[in-house]
Design a protein. Structure first.
Length: 607
């Protein structure tokens, strides 16, 4: 879809909407027609410009038209059925309320921009995109925030017109980044969102999030996961061809390197669009598949600092206004990333950057630089940072995670141990758990012995303490009870909504270790919940979400019929596998730490 086509569609969309809503505005039709024909047209044109162009790691800070590089991203449901996203109507096949869940780098942001533009192309509804992270600075009143956004964009200066459009379902709301909400506002956001949806239930809603942010338990919403790129169907090759359509020789070399690869881990590693993009970016220099993930990040940093321009400008190294060397940039970025990451800051305004850099400068007395020039270099000369209306962020959040992990690796032994103790404490709560996997995997790779000694072993030992190993059934019961203490039935007009699984708060603390098992457990419990006969159990009334909710608590243990369904399902074997995994990991990790200590001692004895 070219930009010119999209511009034409906007004009026809607004004209058709005027005719379609004529009956709604008999009493002040002229004013409504003026609003839709002019203000809505201006709004859609502005939003088209904003979301139709994106910046990518491959193009640095040069914006490119979305559909020049957009690779179709598909979704899957609980039954592993694929949902294509070429038309936004496909996403709403099961209802008007959808959550889209994906890991870091899976393409959530790009997909959101595509669906936003597609809703205009398909004349589906008027799209409104809300970045939920900005609600952290409010009391969590999402209804007020949505209405403020609508009025801010001059979509309506007449509340009556807006009310009628809302009541008749003329909007689609994209609520982006549920995982970025702080825990102190999340409950208010959920309550207000439910209230807003109940009030304007004819509109469509899409929420996006990383996994395990409790988004899975929102009432009314159908959960879809972003589908990984598939090698067998040729998606990885097609992705490479699209990104390098003007460099077919390079694309063919990259595809050959992946075809010749013998490492098993890479098969799943490069199904992630971000990591595949990093591989493309660094291939010209290294032309080989690295053995570990952190080496990807090391290579992309080097490429962005010194090699990216030289691809097309022979021997050219872009001047850095700050006059800092790459080593100095990295020292500053390690400290900046560590402080900002643990401050839950992923987008930085100028005041925040200055505040953190002041702290960093006080620790590195020998490094002097001008903050404005430092920011300019990161944005323009190196393209590690991007800017959006005064908000700065890393080109991708995983780069911030890489630098934060590198900071921890380089700490002295005493501070290194303290850092891992703080990490265990910080990642104990639900609102931080969604970000942990990539960051901790980088720590695991770069700082293996300290990570195992100060983080991995303590968490393993705590996790196994929750398992009752008296017999097979006890193991299964204790694994389920560790993960959940209740099923929730949202008693709404739609009786087809299945029971949801409540996730215990303590689960988030060890999520990095148990995630492969609890992901499967969650999926199996969702399927089992459809067969639970709710009427056989005492359901407690609960008004926490402002709708009639019923909760099946496992206060006195798992009900016999529920346990029976679990024992007959794959959960039984999964539980045994989980317990055996914990035992084996404790044994092997203890051995690894001991061997490393012995090796160090023996080497020192040689001198």
């Amino acid at each position: 879809m070219t930009e010119k086509i999209l511009e034409t569609i906007i004009v026809t969309f607004t004209k058709e909407l005027i005719l379609e809503t004529k009956s709604l505005f008999n009493d002040f039709y002229d004013e409504a027609a003026q609003l839709i024909g002019v203000d809505l047209n201006n709004y859609l044109t502005k939003q088209k410009t904003k979301y139709a162009h994106i910046k990518t790691l491959l193009k640095g800070n040069t914006p490119v038209y979305l559909y020049e590089i957009y690779f179709p991203i598909n979704l899957t449901d609980d039954d592993n059925i694929t949902i294509t996203t070429d038309k936004i109507s496909n996403v709403f096949r099961d209802g008007k309320y959808v959550t889209i869940i994906g890991d870091a780098g899976s393409g959530k942001s790009t997909l959101t921009k595509h669906l936003f533009l597609n809703s205009i192309r398909e004349k589906f509804a008027v799209p409104i995109l809300i970045e939920l992270r900005y609600l952290n600075e409010t009391d969590g009143d999402i209804e007020k925030y949505i209405l403020d956004k609508i009025f801010e964009n001059k979509l309506s200066e007449n509340p009556t017109i807006l009310e009628r459009l809302l009541q008749n379902g003329k909007f689609i709301f994209f609520l982006d980044g549920f995982d970025e909400l702080n825990s102190d506002v999340k409950n208010n956001v959920i309550q207000n969102l439910n209230s807003f949806i109940n009030k304007y239930d004819k509109n469509h809603f899409i929420l996006t999030s990383r996994p395990y942010s409790n988004i899975e338990n929102l009432p009314l919403f159908v959960n879809f996961m972003i589908k990984e790129l598939n090698k067998e169907s040729g998606e990885i090759d097609s992705f490479i061809d699209l990104q390098l359509k003007k460099e077919s020789e390079l694309a063919n070399k990259i595809k050959k390197s992946l075809k010749d690869n013998k490492s098993e881990y890479i098969e799943s590693f490069l199904t992630n669009p971000l990591l595949l993009t990093l591989y493309i970016l660094t291939f010209q220099t290294y032309a080989e598949i690295p053995s570990k993930k952190y080496i990807f990040y090391r290579r992309v940093i080097n490429a962005l600092f010194s090699e990216h321009d030289s691809k097309t400008k022979l021997g050219y190294v872009r001047e850095k206004q700050s006059k800092l060397s790459q080593e100095q940039f990295e020292e500053i970025l390690k400290a900046f990333s560590f402080l900002s990451y643990f401050d839950s800051q992923y987008n930085f305004d100028f005041d925040y950057i200055n505040k953190v850099l002041f702290t960093v400068k006080s620790k590195f007395n020998k490094i002097e630089f001008d903050n404005n020039k430092f920011i300019f270099d990161l944005k323009s000369s190196i393209a590690l940072w991007t800017e959006d209306n005064g908000d700065y962020s890393f080109a991708h959040r995983s780069l911030q995670e890489y630098f934060a992990a590198l900071f921890i690796k380089n700490l002295n032994p005493v501070e290194n141990e303290r850092a891992y103790s703080k990490i265990i404490e910080r990642f104990s709560s639900e609102h931080r758990a969604w970000e942990v996997e990539n960051f901790l995997s980088l720590c695991h790779e770069m700082d293996e012995i300290n990570f195992c000694k100060f983080y991995y072993l303590p968490v393993l030992e705590e996790l196994i303490s929750y398992i009752d190993n008296t017999d097979f059934i006890s193991i299964t019961k204790s694994f389920i009870l560790y993960f959940t203490d209740s099923f929730v039935r949202f008693d709404t007009k739609n009786r087809n909504i299945p029971i949801k699984i409540n996730i215990n708060e303590l689960v988030y603390k060890g999520i990095y270790v148990h995630l492969p098992f609890t992901k499967q457990l969650f999926s199996h419990l969702v399927k089992i919940s459809k067969d639970v006969k709710v009427r056989n159990h005492l359901m407690l009334e609960n008004d926490i979400t402002r709708i009639n909710t019923k909760i099946l608590k496992f206060k006195n243990g798992i009900p016999e019929d529920v346990l029976g369904l679990c024992i007959k399902s794959p959960i039984n074997q999964l539980s045994q596998d989980y317990y055996n995994y914990l035992q084996n990991e404790i044994l092997e990790t203890t051995k690894l730490v001991a061997q490393a200590s012995n090796t160090d001692r023996e080497l020192l004895d040689l001198i």
